[in-house]
Design a protein around this ligand. Sequence first.
Ligand code: TYD
Length: 208
Amino acid sequence: MQGILISIEGPDGAGKTTQISLLKQYLEQKGFSCILTREPGGTKISEKIRHLILDKENSKMGAVTEMLLYSAARAQLVHEVIRPALEEGKVIICDRYVDSSAVYQGIARNLGVDTVYEVNEYAIQGIWPDLTIHLDLEAEEGIRRKKNQTELDRMELETMDFHKKVCEGYRTLAKRNPDRIKTINAMLSVEEIHEAIKKQLEFVIKNR
Ligand code: TYD
């Protein structure tokens, strides 16, 4: 496929949103046609699933249900947005993708990374990111930042132990996939993080 898929990952509060908008601006200045999307969500159907997953009322949701709902939302996003955009040669920046499921459901919820990837193979139709940026942050800092911004959703209301597993989980996953997943310290300044992302991206563009 012609386009490029970049996923941005990290624990809650790592600053993905800020970096994503800077990255989009940068890519557009370079002449790329760029699409921003987010997970869970990004299509009408996937946003409905997002609402179901993150609703604080759904405290009884089991881990397997949660994994399947995230992958259902993803399947729709790939079908409706990601695959067509890649075929048109666009650059897609995705705020979370399959690695979020590997970490949150596979590691933090203990379903196993391999199980989660296996289930998700159906959802993503073999479309893996060309580059995954992992914004690395301690759990306490991430939740502190989130609390200052918004009301916490069902996932953010999880225990600190859960959030610590998420942070460690990302580090483990990045070590397992060093060619694709690039870790950047999310405690650096906004500008420094942006520069580091640009460097990783330029490498991917050059090697295509
Ligand atoms: P989001 O609202 O994007 O959180 P943030 O603003 O911190 O990025 O994501 C919703 C939550 O869903 C977030 O806590 C991470 C979680 N999540 C999973 O557990 N599995 C997944 O596959 C995805 C995509 C997200």
